[in-house]
Ligand binder design. Structure first.
Ligand SMILES: NC(=O)c1ccc[n+]([C@@H]2O[C@H](COP(=O)([O-])OP(=O)(O)OC[C@H]3O[C@@H](n4cnc5c(N)ncnc54)[C@H](O)[C@@H]3O)[C@@H](O)[C@H]2O)c1
Length: 308
């Protein structure tokens, strides 16, 4: 199949493209490199420079596609709060433009990256796809609104659509600046012999899912996707930030107290864990144990540091 991956030069895209090529698919990446890197696009994939808000300038170069995997987005929660209009433009209007482009390019399937942020600070854990949706930041709203556009468009146009609500994704090539994931931030600090910061008492929990597992989810059952729906992609495992640090310090051979403490950040959700039952019923399970994923991620950051 010919896959068009928007935002494919970013972190998650850098795990999907090589796997898709390995599985025998043809891959075209479109990205404006605002956050992503050219080197994240593997050999064998075609790169088309372009902005999702201006598909008329690049879509004619892409040719017919079978599947659109839509990752390109504004991913920072604080940025969505400081500039909600830009967040809406990139995440909601950008998604609608990609739906229209998918139709123009003859795609039969559309798969979009959404986020656990759509659930907000819900206390009924693990969070289920059919449970309440109450975003607490504009980012959650722009993603949730984009989800609704996907399903409406899918119904109108007979497109096979899947929305993936991703838990906390981690792995090699994740960025550390801005909204960088906590694992990437911890790995980078330890690799540079700095003490990472733990906000609050470290008892806050997250559901960490390895990027390769997320890539497998995006490519799961491309031949027979099933009805339009939403799946959480998660491990359904709660790990506190303190536990995470302890595991990572073990992997990296650092002292267990090699961190600094800082006050909790306002607006941080205390606990987040996503049910994986629905995805399991679809035949998908994120299978990389956190210890293994951490070891691979640590190795990446350590190698990167020694090459710098
Ligand atoms: N990383 C996570 O933990 C996580 C969790 C939940 C959801 N998601 C979602 O997964 C998707 C991918 O996230 P990521 O972590 O790989 O982020 P990323 O920032 O690494 O990748 C996003 C890519 O989109 C590109 N892009 C941004 N605006 C663009 C535009 N206007 N036109 C073309 N390209 C543009 C960037 O250059 C970048 O390469 C996003 O939709 C994000 O909201 C990520």
């Amino acid at each position: 199949m010919h896959l068009l991956i928007t935002g494919g030069a970013g972190f998650i895209g850098s795990h999907i493209s090589p796997l898709a090529l390995e599985q025998g698919h043809r891959v075209t990446v479109v990205d404006n490199l605002s956050q992503g890197l050219r080197e994240n696009i593997p050999q064998g994939a075609r790169f088309v420079y372009g902005d999702i808000l201006r598909p008329q300038s690049w879509a004619p170069k892409v040719g017919p596609v079978d599947v659109v995997i839509h990752l390109a987005a504004q991913i920072s929660v604080p940025a969505s709060e400081s500039d909600p209009l830009e967040d809406l433009r990139l995440n909601t209007e950008g998604t609608l433009r990609m739906l229209l482009t998918a139709k123009d390019l003859g795609a039969r399937q559309f798969r979009m990256a959404s986020s656990a942020a759509v659930y907000g600070d819900e206390s009924c854990l693990p969070l289920k796809e059919d449970g309440p949706v109450r975003p607490i930041a504009f980012y959650g709203w722009s993603k949730y609104t984009a989800e609704r556009y996907v399903f409406h468009f899918a119904e109108l146009e007979g497109l096979e659509a899947i929305v993936f609500r991703l838990a906390n994704v981690y792995g090699p090539r994740q960025r550390t600046e801005g909204e960088g994931g906590v694992i990437a931030v911890f790995c980078e600090a330890l690799a540079q012999n700095r003490f990472p910061i733990i906000h609050g008492d470290g008892s806050q929990t997250r559901d960490f899912v390895y990027a390769k597992d997320v890539a497998r989810a995006f490519l799961h059952r491309l031949a027979s996707p099933g009805p339009a729906t939403v799946y959480n992609i998660s491990t359904e495992t709660r790990t506190s930030v303190r536990e995470l640090f302890s595991m990572l310090a073990g992997v990296a051979g650092k002292r267990q107290d090699a961190f600094r403490s800082a006050p909790s950040r306002p607006g941080d959700i205390h606990d987040s864990v996503l049910s994986r039952q629905k995805a399991k019923n679809w035949g998908f399970t994120a299978e990389t144990p956190l210890a293994d994923g951490l070891a691979l991620t640590w190795k990446y950051f350590l190698d990167r540091e020694s090459e710098a």
